[in-house]
Design a protein around this ligand. Structure first.
Ligand code: UGA
Length: 445
């Protein structure tokens, strides 16, 4: 199939490359000239395992191409994905300006049947608005009064891939959700995804849009739930790892997304939870459960900082080494990373912060002021009063803690992801603190 993907950000780029990988001819569009120039050369502007190899392969055999012209790409494709950003407005609502602009640009050049598919995460009802925008902006020859004479469809096809495992997730979806209004749109989308042999969930457009917001909000709820449990664990002297294990064996609950820590970050959960709260509110429902999910998440960062203050006493002039700053492993993405709130709070108290991250340091440099970046974890540990583990990169698993202890001022480790085995760390001579491991002094009342 001939497909255009508008927007070469995270979702758009992975979608474009993977659609080429399963046999389609794909044109990716972005209005950022510099980005398109680099992509044409086979350079991926983000760190995502496996993506660059596929990009280079399909650029070479010409199944994948890049342009800044929507008009040119749209004319040559039957299916057009909209995968542009939907940033948050100040009130949390999704800003759909880019979606509207793209819909208008597509409409202006349409002169044959097109299926326009929303891939961006959007609030329910956006599909209907895209439809209206397209109808209003079609060339005059396709409009007779209020009647539209050119056949087109709008569909919703939310994406569920995770950063860090995006290619794998796209190629092995748990399900493919399509929200459609015509048999033709359904047939085209089924045909497009057929090589993946996925479970297909076919719905109306509004339901498909809602599935995405509901899924991300539910996953965020799971994380906040276990983080709330972690707080109770700390006070009653229980271990959240054991609690999650015991809960997770129940197939109705499942162990995934029950990792307590410093809270969720990234470009999706914080934004989508906010947008879903706003969408519900606008439609007359006060989603207090989700508001509390957000509160618990924000509290996790503050609690972690309080734990550090409690153990180090005076923060001023203490040298703090941070292992990992990305919002999760296998990505260089710093958007809404929990490390930001933690590092900035410690700096406000006068801490001297050093950091090491396998991939995210170039992006971290754009976020933090006065952080010293180190070439490896051992250089990081030198002279530190304590270490914080904030991103659970696999390479941190293999660290030689005896060697690290020798170069630190004090061997204290705060593990924001419950990544390490506390016994091993203690055996290496470390004072170890995790999240929800029952290690705080018990408080009654
Ligand atoms: C999330 C969803 O998992 C994807 O299905 C969705 O497609 C994507 O958002 C999106 O909407 O585009 P992503 O943000 O890439 O994917 O990363 P996740 O693996 O979901 O992690 C999100 C955050 O939650 C990270 O900060 C992670 O450290 C944290 N997390 C995750 C926990 O704190 N505990 C857990 O148990 C799991």
């Amino acid at each position: 199939m001939n497909i255009t993907v508008v927007g070469s950000g995270y979702v758009g780029l992975v979608t474009g490359v993977c659609l080429a990988h399963i046999g389609h001819t794909v044109i990716c569009v972005d209005n950022n000239h510099e980005k398109i120039k680099r992509l044409k050369l086979g350079e991926v502007p983000i760190y995502e395992p496996g993506l660059e190899e596929l990009l280079k392969k399909y650029l070479k055999n010409k199944r994948l191409s890049f342009t800044t012209s929507i008009a040119d790409a749209a004319k040559r494709s039957t299916v057009i994905f909209i995968a542009v950003g939907t940033p948050s407005k100040k009130n949390g609502e999704a800003d759909l300006t880019y979606v509207e602009n793209v819909a208008r640009d597509i409409a202006r050049v349409m002169d044959s049947y097109k299926l326009i598919v929303e891939k961006s995460t959007v609030p329910a009802d956006t599909g209907q608005r895209i439809k209206r925008t397209i109808a209003m902006n079609l060339s005059r020859k396709f409009r007779k009064g209020n009647e539209v004479t050119l056949d087109f469809d709008v569909a919703s096809n939310p994406e569920f891939l995770r950063e860090g495992s995006a290619v794998h997730d796209f190629m092995n979806p748990d399900r493919v959700v399509i929200g459609v209004e015509s048999a033709k749109a359904e047939r085209l989308l089924r045909e497009m995804y057929a090589p993946l042999k996925p479970v297909m969930v076919v719905t109306d457009i509004n339901s498909a849009e809602l599935i995405k917001h509901a899924s991300n909000s539910f996953l965020a709820t799971k994380i906040s739930f276990i983080n709330a449990i972690a707080q109770v664990c700390d006070h009653v002297g229980a271990d959240v790892l054991k609690v999650a294990e015991g809960m997770g064996f129940d197939k109705r609950i499942g162990r995934k997304f029950l990792d307590a820590g410093i809270g969720y970050g990234g470009s999706c959960f914080p934004k989508d939870v906010d947008a879903f709260i706003r969408l519900s509110e606008k439609n007359g429902y006060h989603f207090n459960l989700l508001k509390e999910v957000r509160n618990v998440n924000e509290e996790q960062t503050a609690l972690f900082v309080r734990l550090i203050e409690d153990k180090l006493w005076i923060i001023k002039d203490k040298v703090i080494g941070v292992l990992g700053v990305a919002f999760k492993p296998n990505t260089d993405d710093m958007r809404n990373a929990p490390s930001i709130g933690i590092i900035e709070a410690l700096q406000r108290e006068g801490a001297k912060v050093k950091a090491y991250d396998p991939q995210a340091m170039p992006n971290a440099k754009k976020v933090f002021k006065n952080v010293t970046y180190c070439s490896d974890p051992y250089a990081l540990a030198k002279g530190c009063d304590c270490l914080l583990l904030l991103t659970e990169w696999d390479e941190f698993r293999k660290l030689d803690f005896k060697k690290i202890k020798r170069v630190m001022k004090h061997a204290i480790l705060f593990d924001g992801r419950n990544f390490y085995n506390d016994r091993n760390l203690k055996a290496s001579g470390f004072e170890y603190y995790g999240v929800g491991r029952g290690m705080l002094e018990r408080k009654r009342g």
